[in-house]
Design a protein around this ligand. Sequence first.
Ligand SMILES: [Ca+2]
Ligand SMILES: [Ca+2]
Length: 85
Amino acid sequence: MFESGGGAFRVTWHYPGGDPNDVTSLSLWEYDPDNADDFVDNIRQIRNGTSVIFTDISYTVDGTNRKAELYFRGPCTDNFVHVDD
Ligand SMILES: [Ca+2]
Ligand SMILES: [Ca+2]
């Protein structure tokens, strides 16, 4: 999970030992402690070693800390997703 104050960020998927043609799908979620997590967006077919940029996720910011607690769900996320805020 990572925190964002809104704006844009870039996500890179890198699957070590995988093929450059490997593709996965990730969905972006926003964590809330007192209610169900909010679904934000899907990434379809992100290729191994490539990046996708989210340009405006300011609407996901909430809570007293004014941050969005973002995380990805997908088959290959744990150590293989890198975020540049
Ligand atoms: Ca929320
Ligand atoms: Ca939240």
